[in-house]
Design a protein around this ligand. Sequence first.
Ligand code: MG
Length: 224
Amino acid sequence: MVDWNRIDTVLLDMDGTLLDLRFDNHFWLEHLPRRYAEKRGMAPGEAAALLAAEFDRRRGSLEWYCVDYWSQRLELDLKALKEEVRHLIAERPQALRFLEELGAAGVRRVLVTNAHPVSLELKLAATGIGAELDRVYSSHAAGAPKESRRFWEWLAASEPFEPARTLFIDDSLPVLEAAADFGVGHLLAVRRPDSALGPRETGRFAAFDHFSELLPVRRNGVAS
Ligand SMILES: [Mg+2]
């Protein structure tokens, strides 16, 4: 599926790519609406509908991903609420093995995420991915989400990578489009980011389900 001789760097998304999107979907669509309803004395369904409309208005912007923004806007401590469901944070199957094999084969492993630093810290603490990454970038440091060209220009100025010899893996199609526009040479979508939901269409992007489909990482005829 991937010709590893043509790849020096792998840029990896976190939520829905290395980690199961179940945590995030549960948090934003169920847990947060439930806590919001309790605080406001609303029916849970009413709170869920109100929040869904709020989220839609900000979708794809940096604010949509911002723990501080939503904590202020909803007058709730999102960091504490995320801690309440942290048991749902989990790697997708074989994600760690994939990172280990990349490392052993000398491929640079770089996390590029829209997650806010608070969420990023929580997830690195709750999983084993941090030890298997060479570098971690949050788009909040760029001041622009991965959906925008500005993010990719900022990344290129921060991280030495050759776009033509880079593989980028993400579950967001608008983000993959932005990477393609910037000239990232190899792109892969995640077919089933949330383990509780079925597979999705990934448009013009090649997709995979299980990381084992990308293994072994074999370069110059030598398996890692
Ligand atoms: Mg994602």
